[in-house]
Design a protein. Structure first.
Lengths: 336, 324
């Protein structure tokens, strides 16, 4: 746990993100924001940046045209000269229209220059899903980004982690992408009042258990905790919230599964070539001899995300799917 | 700087680009090295003239055919050649090659292998200069083909809206890879595209270094004065096709190529300087032999340099440490 014994205040996840931006703008003159609709009076599609352009001016909280390539490129160039830009990609699906800047440039400029240039850029924005936004506003696109060396990627599940991850991202010397589950924007929790960081690559065991490890992140963490609660007394479930997907905390995951011998990986993204496959593979390669059975995946169906509630629920993984998967691990025969 | 000194400086830069290119092609055709190479032959005058209006504190971004832009901005010739032949001493430690030459010490900030890919980044460099009240100007070099890419349009629009200190220099060499320009756009002058962003657009003969200098100097001055970006279309021609040694250039009409070679900007500018009385033949020859030695030294340095260690493949992915 990274939450120290310090003063906290209970706020929503979206407020925690706004607080991280406010703190960064006030403490570091190199920080600036750019993105679509982020200035007042709207202050972002969901009001996340409300008040910041009024407080810090439109030079440092910059409204842009609807031009994602230009937004990311401007962030990259400014970052190369010492700024700490925070670019907003409003909804994660829009990475599709600027992936060249993200994957071919931000991620690779340090490497291609032999370390002579650096891109301390933060990119943040909403990751939707579960809100009836349909196929082009609901995707969990983390695998697009995780397949690109040079990027760091994080996804929070609590207000405290949201503030900590964003603060760490802003001050990190490499490009960091924060995917913010919009379904959790209104979730409340205690958040440290002062500066708060979540060290790069550090997972958090959100619930300690003995029988099965659930490895998950972002919007599925509350589902995993609900499943663990439902199974309490029957199966003792440990929930590992990765928080950082690149680099990810293999050590904590392997330690947990070494203890439980059983693992289920859950994410909202579609199953095929999703991050769960990578996690599963690493667990299997490292812990083959202690595993009681195969590592299971609970993930989105291999379809586009549908619109109507009934259809979207059928597509998305839920608490019941996870409960079922956790129970099924009990059917494995011990390797004796 | 006197006009004479400036013009001789432009010629020296053109000749440095020319001689380096000749040496590179010779290394490849002789089989001494086997590398992908995009020859700038024919386009020497553009960055030589533009750079004459820049200071070491200004920035550039360019594209895979950008060795001439990089040399003109003042990158270390030894490191540039070493990079292209893939040596540890290269400007990018052998990790970039010709498609990713960069040397931030002299303002060569990024070279992209993606057509048009560095244009949005040029805006960011200019934005940082604007936000820190620096005088620096950024030049974004790219080809005619890049002006059909979405990133070009997004970037010019944003640069105009924010009045960024950036100058977009399109080196219109008439071909996007193997496709003639007019097969892929319906505007005679690429500079006309500037009008749609509310930005000045100027077409200039890129093979005329004096004319190119005047146009570039005015645009750079305008950017430095906070008056915003300009799109310059500098017309030119590509003598060696797309990828040197691979492209057979059947799609380029022979008479068109012959006319371009007859108007070769390097000897043409040399003759003009002598004709204008700026320098005697022997003065020019002495500049050339100095540069020839420099290029020979660079080639010698590159070939004598060690290849990268295999473990170098795993560093520089992130700022600290190697592993994700």
């Amino acid at each position: 746990m990274t939450i120290q014994a310090e003063e906290t205040k209970t706020i929503t996840l979206i407020e925690a993100l706004g607080q991280a931006l406010d703190d960064a703008l006030s403490s570091d003159p190199d920080v600036f924001l750019l993105g679509e609709d982020i200035i007042d009076p709207a202050g972002g599609a969901f009001g996340l940046t409300r008040g910041l352009s009024t407080k810090y001016g439109r030079e440092r909280v910059r409204e842009t045209p609807i031009s994602e390539q230009a937004i990311i490129g401007a962030g990259i160039g400014a970052a190369m000269l010492g700024a700490k830009p925070i670019a907003e990609i409003m909804i994660a699906d829009f990475y599709a229209v600027c992936l060249d800047q993200v994957a071919n440039h931000a991620a690779k400029l340090r490497y291609m220059s032999g370390g002579r240039t650096t891109v301390p850029l933060t990119i943040r924005g909403m990751l939707s899903g579960g809100l009836n936004f349909a196929a082009q506003h609901s995707q969990s696109v983390e695998a697009w980004l995780l397949h690109t060396p040079g990027l760091k990627v994080a996804m929070p599940s609590t207000p405290a982690d949201a503030k900590g991850l964003l603060t760490t991202a802003i001050h990190d010397p490499d490009p960091v992408i924060l995917l913010e589950p919009v379904a959790l924007y209104t979730v409340t929790g205690p958040v440290p009042v002062g500066r708060h960081e979540v060290p790069v690559g550090q997972a958090d065991v959100k619930r300690v258990g003995a029988d099965v490890t659930v490895v998950t992140y972002g919007p599925c963490v509350p589902m995993a905790l609900a499943a663990a609660e439902e199974l309490a007394g029957e199966i003792s479930v440990e929930v590992v919230d990765l928080r950082w997907l690149a680099p990810w905390d293999k050590e904590t995951v392997l330690e947990s599964v070494s203890k439980t011998g059983r693992a289920v990986v859950m994410h909202q993204a579609v199953e095929c070539c999703g991050f769960g496959a990578e996690i599963s593979s690493v667990i299997s390669e490292n812990l083959w001899s202690v595993l009681e059975g195969p590592v299971l995946r609970v993930a989105g169906a291999n379809t586009p995300v549908p619109y109507a509630t009934e259809l979207e629920q059928a597509h998305m993984p839920g608490t019941n799917d996870l409960v079922k998967a956790i129970r099924s691990t009990g059917e494995w025969k011990s390797r004796g | 700087m006197t006009s004479k000194a400036r013009r001789l400086g432009i010629y020296e830069t053109m000749y440095r680009i020319y001689a380096t290119d000749v040496a590179m092609r010779s290394l490849i055709t002789s089989g001494k090295v086997s590398v992908i190479y995009y020859s700038p032959r024919g386009q020497e005058g553009i960055p030589a003239a533009v750079s004459a209006a820049l200071t070491p504190d200004d920035y550039i971004t360019t594209t895979y055919r950008g060795i001439h832009d990089t040399i003109a901005k003042g990158a270390d010739l030894k490191e540039v050649v070493a990079e292209i032949v893939g040596r540890k001493t290269g400007t990018c430690k052998g990790k970039g090659g010709i498609m990713h030459l960069s040397d931030p010490r002299v303002g060569v900030m990024a070279t992209s292998g993606i057509v048009g890919g560095a244009i949005p980044i040029a805006n960011g460099l200019a934005l940082r200069s604007q936000m820190t009240d620096s005088d620096a100007v950024t030049i974004s070099y790219f080809g005619d083909g890049a002006t059909n890419i979405g990133a070009f349009h997004e970037s010019l629009n944003l640069a105009a809206v924010w009045r960024l200190p950036v100058v977009f220099v399109c080196q219109n060499n008439q071909y996007g890879e193997f496709t003639p320009r007019m097969d892929s756009m319906n505007v005679q002058h690429i500079a006309d595209r500037a009008a749609s962003y509310g930005m000045p657009g100027v077409t200039v003969d890129g093979n005329d270094p004096d004319a190119t200098y005047e146009v570039a100097a005015a645009a750079i001055e305008r950017a430095r004065a906070g008056q915003g970006p300009t799109l310059i279309e500098a017309t030119t021609y590509r003598f060696m096709g797309h990828v040197f040694g691979v492209d057979q250039m059947e799609y380029m009409p022979k008479e068109e190529m012959a006319a371009a070679i007859a108007a070769d900007p390097v000897p043409a500018y040399r003759s003009r300087l002598i004709g204008d009385g700026e320098a005697r033949e022997d003065e020019i020859a002495s500049i050339e032999s100095k540069v020839d030695r420099e290029v020979a030294d660079a080639v010698e340095f590159a070939l004598a340099s060690p290849v990268p260690d295999s473990l170098d493949a795993f560093t520089d992915v992130y700022a600290k440490g190697a592993v994700a």
